[in-house]
Write a new protein. Structure first.
Length: 487
């Protein structure tokens, strides 16, 4: 079990109860941490992290792990309940044995979940990056249920139970939860869980299929079956029959992700649309796409509105992936450069650009766009200069953030102003200019805060706006967006 993460007092209590004023053993929960645990203090000042407790509540808890200055505990009883506590929407959520570990916040009203995550973002920017945001943006929200169009479901034939289990792992366990329903999956996929269990249970390969990956497009539902041994002709026939009955497109994965192939060629291509920009994005089920398509459409539109690209401007899209932001940017800019670490995704981006360019009306042709494959975790000032000046940047890194990119930009600025200890300007940097605006989309507020600190304190930017994006309702995952302007 990992240690509790940095505290985030996301919901301030309306009244303070001194621990010494409470009945013996009672705890006043004052905050919620990044793992959705309630946070309280004992009379001696020791911090207690309580599974299942919410801010404002008076509770008793059972301690199961002790350290010098903190303890971990599980909720035993609630003596004063939070007004934000709600009945979980899924029967598999909870603290009981066998509970699903896929969601951590179903007992908290979804509006309060958003408030918690917004505060996490603010706290990280200030405490980790020493960055004060000028304007907090309204959170981006969407459907709280049926939103998860991407999922990796574990599969296990449990001989003792005589059943096949398919789903997420149990809380804090390597075992698979006995899930019979999942309300965060799209309704048609939720309805498919038990038939899927029966399908695998009836296959010859029931013991050698450890995983099913779900990828839903706008019109296609794809399932990728990981199988450790070749499938028999009878199993292939079973998959085809299931696919025909449930409207599923089967893909097979005998080894790594690069071995994924369609079971049967033909049929509609897996894709999603960005209707605000007239863009269609085909993808393969193992490609990275956002889990929540409802939020992704709003996210792309807001990011481009904040970037405010003009027809005469050049834009760079860092960590461009399939072109989720690159292609919409190409409807607004003069020129776009998309840079991504994966050669396979760069190839897919080029295909998607060509597809959308071919179907665009003549008066709405996409801007000249290039895609480049490069390791963005090894960026240097020299590489940044070689990419040329751009008026604006869109940055959308993975959880590790964009430290090398932000540092390269900061190093160039420090060299330009002749700061003490700064290196020399790289060759050709005299005519290079930094972007006047950066929109940074983040899936990890800690790495966003770290990179924001570099941009604000060393690269000459102000953080003019930031806001959270509720991409994963009922989980503690915090997605966010921040805007940086040159002084």
């Amino acid at each position: 079990m990992s240690e509790p993460k940095e505290l985030s007092p996301a919901l301030e209590p309306t009244e303070q109860n001194s621990p010494a004023d409470l009945p013996e053993g009672w705890l006043h929960v004052q905050a919620m941490d990044l793992d959705a645990q309630g946070v309280a203090r004992k009379p001696d000042g020791k911090v207690v992290f309580i599974d299942g407790a919410l801010p404002f509540e008076l509770v008793t808890a059972n301690t199961h792990r002790k350290k010098n200055n903190w303890e971990q505990a599980s909720l035993v009883a609630i003596h004063r309940e939070s007004s934000q506590r709600v009945r979980p929407g899924c029967p598999h959520f909870g603290l009981h044995a066998g509970a699903c570990g896929g969601c951590k916040m179903q007992h908290l009203h979804v509006g309060a979940q958003v408030a918690v995550k917004q505060r996490v973002l603010e706290d990280n920017l200030w405490h980790l990056g020493k960055v004060k945001v000028q304007t907090m943006l309204r959170p981006i929200e969407g459907p709280a249920w049926g939103y998860r169009y991407r999922a990796r479901l574990s599969v296990r034939h449990v001989i003792k139970k005589g059943e096949v289990l398919i789903g997420f792992h149990e809380r804090k366990s390597r075992y698979i939860a006995d899930m019979r329903t999942c309300k965060i999956l799209p309704p048609h996929v939720d309805a498919m869980l038990m038939p899927l269990r029966a399908l695998i249970a009836g296959m010859d390969a029931r013991d050698t299929c450890p995983q099913i990956e779900l990828a839903c497009g706008d019109n296609v539902t794809a399932l990728v079956l990981r199988h450790l041994e070749p499938l028999s002709s009878a199993d292939i026939a079973r998959l085809r029959a299931f696919g025909a009955e449930h409207g599923v497109q089967w893909w097979l994965q005998p080894k790594g992700p690069d071995t994924v192939r369609l079971l049967d060629e033909g049929g509609e291509q897996l894709s999603y649309a960005l209707p605000d920009f007239g863009i269609t994005m085909p993808f393969k089920p193992t490609d990275f796409t956002q889990v929540n398509p409802h939020i992704n459409r709003v996210l792309v539109s807001r990011a481009l509105r904040l970037l405010d690209v003009q027809k005469h401007e050049r834009v760079i899209d860092w960590f461009c992936g399939l072109g989720n932001f690159t292609l919409p940017l190409a409807t607004q800019a003069r020129e776009v450069l998309g840079i991504e670490g994966s050669e396979a995704l760069v190839a897919r981006s080029r295909e998607n650009y060509a597809l959308n360019q071919a179907k665009a009306p003549e008066n709405k042709a996409l801007a000249a766009t290039q895609f480049v494959a490069r390791n963005l975790f090894e960026m240097t000032p020299e590489m940044l200069v070689a990419d040329g000046s751009a008026d604006k940047w869109l940055v959308d890194p993975p959880r590790e953030g964009a430290f090398a990119l932000a540092k390269a930009l900061a190093d160039l600025e420090q060299a330009r102003i002749g700061a003490e200890g700064a290196g020399p300007l790289p060759a050709g940097a005299e005519g290079w200019t930094p972007p006047k605006r950066i929109v940074y989309v983040s899936c990890n507020p800690a790495t966003l805060a770290r990179d924001a600190g570099l941009l604000v304190h060393l690269a000459g930017y102000r953080c003019t706006a930031a806001g959270m994006v509720n991409m994963f309702p009922h989980t503690a995952h915090v997605e966010s967006m921040a805007v940086f302007e040159r002084d």
